[in-house]
Design a protein around this ligand. Structure first.
Ligand SMILES: Cc1ncc(COP(=O)(O)O)c(C=O)c1O
Length: 381
């Protein structure tokens, strides 16, 4: 048979890209280590709780109608999100996860050679989605406190820059930029640059100086029409498996994304679950409180074994390691006894790992695993 690798080679922009490598799944680890240990999955920043009860009921209730295509406009969901945030339905974008909105922003806004500025280390999809369309990712190092360095990002903007991404709080470091810094940054952006404020972990943040990006920079009186805020149902709402992301921004950007997206990127079950989840939002309070308590307990346990976790604001803890110890080595050690964490080489931090906040029981198991494995590893490193 003829070798097709040359004939059907990917377009030039894709040649150096590899498929996205998600965090290890529980099934994959079970294949590796068998049934001896309870497997606790803390490598992908999912919410540890399932869908809210109303969302689970809505999903089941809509199974019967799955022979029909969904209402492709998702008007009810867009209207609900708009009403909640003081926007119009035309300002609301939906996607198969926030991830798909990120790629659709690249497809709709970027010409080959255009530049996109973002902090680094940060969410891997930013550079990947930019490179897929032949545009140029410009990663700007975080500051010494692992926060987005907004001044350095302003300095990196050129005539070719079309987008800047601000991940707030930042994945994987968990840090956030406060309201005043963010407002000054958005105010200083040149006319030709759209700021995409990725607030995937928004609901977890309890600090007073953390901005609600939609209210403050998209629909509020100070809005300049240059910000798109992204949110997701994958984290605190417990719906990562269903894939629902949404955003609020300028209506013309939403229209451009609507042109490139697939006809039914959102599905009927996702739509029903999102509507029901928003209706039961008051039940999130307990999840926020449990997350705060869990993150604090994890940070304390990590400090106890001599590590220095980065003070974070989301549902995970990022842990830089001493010289000679890699995030891979820590992940391998914890995974050998069932606790899945994320090594951060793909995020540009090979000497760190990230652990998500689980349920109280999962936190207990992971703290026991940290105590059992890390002191020896750190001493040997
Ligand atoms: C910062 C950030 N943005 C976006 C996403 C993607 O979310 P979704 O599951 O909605 O695609 C994630 C997922 O981990 C994330 O960490």
């Amino acid at each position: 048979m003829t070798d097709t690798t040359e004939r059907f080679a990917a377009k030039a922009a894709l040649r150096d890209l590899r498929p996205y490598e998600p965090g290890l799944s529980a099934e994959a680890l079970r294949r590796r280590i068998g049934d001896e240990h309870r497997i606790v999955k803390l490598g992908s920043n999912e919410g540890p709780w399932g869908p809210l009860p109303a969302a689970a009921e809505a999903i089941i209730a809509h199974v019967e109608g799955l022979n029909r295509y969904p209402d492709g406009s998702f008007h009810e969901l867009r209207s609900l999100i708009a009403a909640d945030h003081g926007a119009t339905p035309e300002q609301v974008v939906l996607g198969n996860g926030a991830d798909s909105i990120l790629i659709n922003l690249s497809l709709s806004l970027l010409e080959p050679g255009d530049e996109v500025v973002y902090g680094w280390p940060s969410f891997i999809t930013y550079p990947i989605s930019v490179r897929k369309v032949g545009a140029v990712p410009v990663g700007v190092p975080l500051d010494s406190d692992y926060r987005y360095d907004l001044d350095a990002m302003l300095a990196a903007i050129t005539d070719r820059t079309r987008l800047v991404y601000v991940c707030n709080p930042n994945n994987p470091t968990g840090t956030y930029v406060d309201r005043a810094r963010l407002a000054a940054f958005i105010e200083a952006l040149p006319e030709h640059v759209l700021c995409v404020l990725d607030e995937a972990y928004h609901e977890y943040v309890v600090s007073d100086d953390y901005a609600d990006g939609i209210r403050e920079f998209v629909t509020g009186p100070a809005a300049r029409g240059n910000v798109m805020v992204l949110r997701t149902m994958s984290k605190i709402y417990g719906l990562a498996g269903l894939r629902i992301g949404w955003g609020v921004g300028p209506a013309n950007v939403v229209r451009s994304v609507d042109v490139v997206r697939g006809p039914f990127e959102m599905n009927a079950l996702a739509n029903a679950a999102a509507l029901a989840s928003f209706g039961a939002r008051d039940q999130l309070e307990m999840r926020v409180a449990a997350n705060e308590a869990g993150r604090t307990a994890l940070e304390a346990a990590l400090r106890e074994v001599g590590l220095d976790p980065i003070p974070g604001a989301a549902n995970f803890v990022c842990v830089p390691l001493p010289e000679g110890v890699t995030g891979r080595a820590v992940a391998d050690a914890l995974q050998s006894i069932g606790v899945i964490v994320r090594p951060l080489d793909g995020f540009g931090m090979p000497d760190a790992f990230r652990i998500s906040v689980g349920t109280p029981e999962e936190i207990e198991i992971s703290i026991a695993a940290i105590r059992a494995t890390l002191p020896g590893l750190l001493a040997a490193g």
